[in-house]
Write a protein that binds this ligand. Structure first.
Ligand code: HMG
Ligand code: MG
Length: 299
């Protein structure tokens, strides 16, 4: 199969990245990160979450972040919303696109959002209905698509059934998340091949954490499956609070470097992106998780 000609990158560093950083980070630093990502040409940024601050304290202050960012024309600034209350808060903050998140594993669903998979889907119904009435686009996530920290192996058909529900409910795109980063390229291809029997490939995205160092290989495998949208996190920030040992998402800089090397355009300026990633790493006093950034900054 030939590679797609256009690839969309969904920058999740300010949300998926920062939600799991141990160190508290100020609203001002979050705003600067989002604005620097915009300046690098990133056209989709997941800025924060409207979730319980007791569950994910790092995302408290998301409304202030949305109020402070400079919105670039043509760019999308999105938020995670687990329920109607989250959607209402997002709308009050002027958010035009949100994401709901389900899991392919019952145990992970309970740990992450305190309900079963079917309860979560029922909870998303009113979120999607209200969003549709208000002209807000909704993206869907499925976690643990290539393995669960509590249940181990996950069947591709189980992923397909949850993803299909989200798509049928009105999510315009469903992002399949390798939350614990254990997936390998062959399993990734089988997964997308299975799910694509139910959802067109152009409505699917890949979300790879790099815990086992497989993320870039999995993205390449996904490209070969005709998938053309990927979530990534600048400087490889983060992890997942409900998946012990999970490292950050694949680093955006590394994905951009690989895509440009493949002749695929992203519209992103790599050097500006690297600068944004290093700036937030300095604030967090953590090593830069992007191999490309480390190589470039050393040189
Ligand atoms: P719950 O305890 O079952 O629900 O939490 P509840 O309705 O009983 O509410 C509990 C408390 O939260 C109450 O406050 C509510 O008012 C409040 P209290 O009375 O205790 O003071 N509350 C809220 N507060 C703010 N915003 C809201 C909201 N809703 C209720 N929207 C709930 C259920 C879903 C709220 C909770 O479990 C939660 O917030 N979970 C957050 C989980 C999360 O953010 N996880 C990380 C993101 S998912 C991810 O990272 C995976 C992904 O990257 C893909 C991948 O890698 O696979 C997307
Ligand atoms: Mg994630």
């Amino acid at each position: 199969m030939t590679l797609p000609t256009h690839v969309r990158l969904i920058e999740v560093g300010p949300r998926d990245g920062l939600q799991n950083e141990a160190r508290a980070i100020s609203v001002a630093d979050k705003i600067r990160l989002v604005d620097q990502l915009g300046a690098a040409g990133v056209r989709y940024i997941e800025v924060g979450s409207f979730v319980s601050p007791k569950w994910v304290p790092q995302m408290a202050g998301s409304a202030e972040v949305f109020a402070g960012i400079k919105r670039k024309v043509g760019a999308t600034y999105a938020a995670l919303t687990p329920n109607l209350r989250g959607l209402e808060q997002a709308m009050a903050a002027g958010v035009k696109e949100v994401a709901v998140f389900a899991a392919a594993s019952e145990a992970f669903s309970q740990r992450n959002i305190n309900c079963s998979i079917s309860e979560s889907l029922a909870r998303f119904g009113p979120v999607l209905d209200t969003a549709r009435q208000q002209g807000i686009r909704v993206r869907g996530y499925v976690s643990c698509v290539l393995g669960c920290p509590y249940e181990g192996d996950i069947r591709p058909q189980q992923v397909a059934s949850v993803a299909r529900e989200l798509y049928a409910m009105g999510c315009y795109e469903v992002s399949l998340g390798d939350t614990i980063g254990t997936g390998t390229p062959g399993a990734t291809r089988t997964l997308f091949d299975t799910v694509a029997a139910h959802i067109p490939r152009e409505h699917l995205a890949g979300h790879f954490h790099d815990t086992y160092g497989q993320a870039l290989a999995n993205i390449y495998a996904s490209l070969l499956e005709g998938i053309s949208a990927f979530d990534s996190s600048v400087a490889g920030l983060g992890g997942c609070p409900y998946a012990k040992g999970a490292s950050g998402n694949v680093a955006s800089e590394d994905v951009v470097y690989m895509l440009h090397g493949l002749g695929l355009h992203t519209g992103i300026d790599l050097d500006t992106l690297i600068a944004a990633g290093q700036q937030i790493c300095d604030v967090l006093e953590r090593p830069n998780g992007s191999r490309v950034a480390r190589a470039r900054l050393a040189g």
